[in-house]
Design a protein. Structure first.
Length: 252
């Protein structure tokens, strides 16, 4: 079986569960459109809404510290600027985030849903041409499902690939083969990407994406089973183009 895409995922709001796509169009130098476009900045955040720019994850709500976020999923309609938050498939908040009132509707729900604590209530923030990923460079994150199955072998239990919050799930190759691709280019659909670096993992992987429970120590499993704490790779888009489910990945 050729190497192919099984899932295309974007995370409109950093920390929330993803939106599944059948297809998307990549642009050179950018990630998945509208991936991590928004973040939730508590009052204590150093994010400056007057000079919005990328900041490290500690300035935002995130799964590593705020596991309750895994109960929520986000969808974003770029044409209308409407952000929809759902829980268990049911809409719980919706607003046009290009308007103050629309942002307030989302923020009021988040204030009620998340414990306030010393950081203060979160605000929905965005920045021009910015993805609030864990690294400032706008990469596409690729997860090899065979590697996830190998983690399951070591952990002796099912491991949901959504724990790794990748953009593209691929299948049809051997476990960990993707780590040999660093520096190589590949074609997926109409796009060309360069595999830039392996993806280091954090404690967010310990959060169950369905129950929001901290029920696994993925970092320990990786360290004991494989001698590292990486899963997946980051890729840079060199040439834009359309990609879709079942598109073949061809190494160059």
């Amino acid at each position: 079986m050729p190497i192919h895409i099984t899932d295309i995922l974007r995370y409109p709001v950093k920390g929330l569960n993803p939106e599944r796509l059948d297809s998307t169009t990549l642009t050179a130098g950018c990630g998945i459109p509208n991936d991590r476009r928004f973040a939730m900045a508590p009052s204590s955040s150093r994010f400056d809404p007057e000079n919005p720019a990328w900041r490290a994850k500690n300035d935002f709500l995130m799964l590593m510290k705020d596991e309750r976020l895994a109960l929520l999923a986000a969808k974003f309609d770029n044409a209308t600027s409407v952000l929809t938050i759902s829980r268990d498939g049911r809409q719980v908040a919706r607003g046009d985030v290009s308007t103050p009132m629309g942002r307030v509707l989302i923020e009021q729900f988040l204030a009620a849903f998340m414990p306030t604590g010393p950081r203060g209530n979160p605000k929905i923030v965005t920045a021009p041409d910015t993805m609030f990923t864990d690294c400032e460079t706008p990469f596409v994150s690729i997860i090899n499902l065979a590697s996830v199955r190998d983690i399951e072998r070591v952990a002796r239990r099912t491991v949901d690939p959504l724990r790794f919050r990748g953009n593209l799930h691929i299948d049809g190759l051997e476990p960990w083969t993707e780590t040999d691709w660093i520096g190589r280019t590949c074609q997926i659909g109409g796009a060309v990407l360069r595999i830039a670096e392996p993806t280091g993992r954090c404690a967010a992987t310990g959060v169950n994406p369905e129950t929001a429970e901290r029920d696994m120590n993925i970092l320990l499993t990786l360290k004991q089973g494989f001698g590292h704490t990486r899963t997946g790779v980051y890729a840079e888009v060199l040439e834009g183009g359309a990609i879709g489910i079942n598109d073949v990945l061809t190494l160059r």
